[in-house]
Design a protein around this ligand. Structure first.
Ligand code: PMV
Length: 335
């Protein structure tokens, strides 16, 4: 039995599209910041040796069939790695609304991977564990580390070099903030996996995006390492726009942002125009309408106020740079 706690991450350079869908090998690299413990997934896994099938509970309830299948598939991948056939009892709780579009799959599969590995006695380093987490949900591999993380796309066919690594610890830039504006608590109308497939298959713009993706990764990595806030904010806004453009360019189009998101884009533009010529914050949107507005501690309160003033914003939460996952001795259930 083992319990792990993991947090989501917000991508500054996005993962969108696979070159191998089965092994979740991405078409390009990605870079993220791990969120702090205000947003956590805690997962306990137990392999009692007496179960005929996996038993899964999320936030105290059973899970729907599609979700259960994904979790069982991940348990299968973990069992295969450990050479085990034992069925598991899994319980998981999120400290934030699962359906609020706050990347519960990243923290969820990161916590599941770590708890499973420990419960199965699978001794792997963090890089190898990130490759396993990737199989559950691509972005989960980045939640295995704290601070600033890069998922390298890798070149190998078997995916063993498609792993995440920390590029800078949280102490490198502790003033950075993710001010999250919750716009909608609705579930995604199309899963990111299905949407990515559609983009890769139908968007012509996708090719163009991938043609400049390496340069974007270099620019964001450099802005992070140099702590160049203005450059970082500009880059992430362009990058978010690029991902949402290829989504829209897909047939039929995929639209995750809504009118409230659009109002946030305008509000950020205005907020930055009032500055001294350099961006004071930058937005980025994942596969949903919620905004992540990245800023520094200096502007945190102003950005929060600015977002609360946008019509349609339901809630604003602020996260600092997270330390990454940890194992816990407090399990969610007793044997
Ligand atoms: O890990 P997935 O399959 O849920 O995909 C995540 C995709 C984005 O959140 C939109 C981008 C990213 O890199 O996190």
């Amino acid at each position: 039995m083992a319990t792990a706690i993991a947090t989501p991450n917000i991508a500054f350079v996005k993962y969108w599209g696979n070159r191998d869908e089965k092994l979740i090998l991405p078409a390009g690299g990605s870079i993220s910041m791990t969120l702090d413990r205000q947003f956590t997934t805690t997962t306990t896994v137990y392999f009692p040796g007496s179960l005929g099938a996996d038993e899964i509970k999320l936030n105290g309830k059973g899970v729907e069939a599609g979700e259960a299948r994904r979790i069982v598939e991940h348990l299968d991948a973990m069992r295969k790695a450990a050479g085990s056939k034992l069925r598991a009892r899994v319980e998981s709780v999120n400290s934030f609304p699962t359906s609020a579009g706050l990347a519960s799959s990243a923290s969820g599969f990161a916590a599941l991977t770590l708890a499973c590995a420990k419960a199965l006695g699978l001794h792997r380093n963090m890089s190898e564990l990130s490759a396993l987490a990737r199989l559950g949900s691509g972005s989960a591999c980045r939640s295995l580390f704290g601070g600033f993380v890069e998922w390298e796309m890798g070149k190998r066919k078997d995916g063993e070099d498609s792993v995440a690594r920390q590029i800078a610890p949280p102490s490198h830039w502790p003033e950075l903030r993710d001010v999250v504006a919750i716009v909608s608590g609705e579930k995604k109308h199309i899963s990111s996996r299905e949407a990515m497939r559609r983009t890769v298959e139908t968007s012509r713009l996708f090719k163009e995006r991938m043609g400049t993706h390496g340069r974007r990764l270099d620019a964001v990595r450099e802005a992070l390492l140099e702590k160049d806030a203005g450059a970082l904010f500009e880059e992430i806004m362009t990058e978010s726009g690029s991902m949402h453009a290829v989504m829209r360019d897909s047939r039929p189009p995929i639209i995750y942002m809504n009118e409230v998101s659009a109002r946030i884009v305008d509000a950020v533009k205005e907020f930055n125009a009032a500055g001294e010529g350099r961006a004071r914050c930058g937005y980025t949107f994942d596969a949903g309408p919620n905004a992540h507005v990245i800023t520094t501690q200096r502007y945190e309160n102003e950005v929060r106020e600015m977002l609360l003033d946008v019509k349609g914003v339901k809630q604003v939460m602020v996260s600092g740079v997270g330390e990454g996952p940890e194992m816990s001795e407090e399990h969610l259930f007793k044997i």
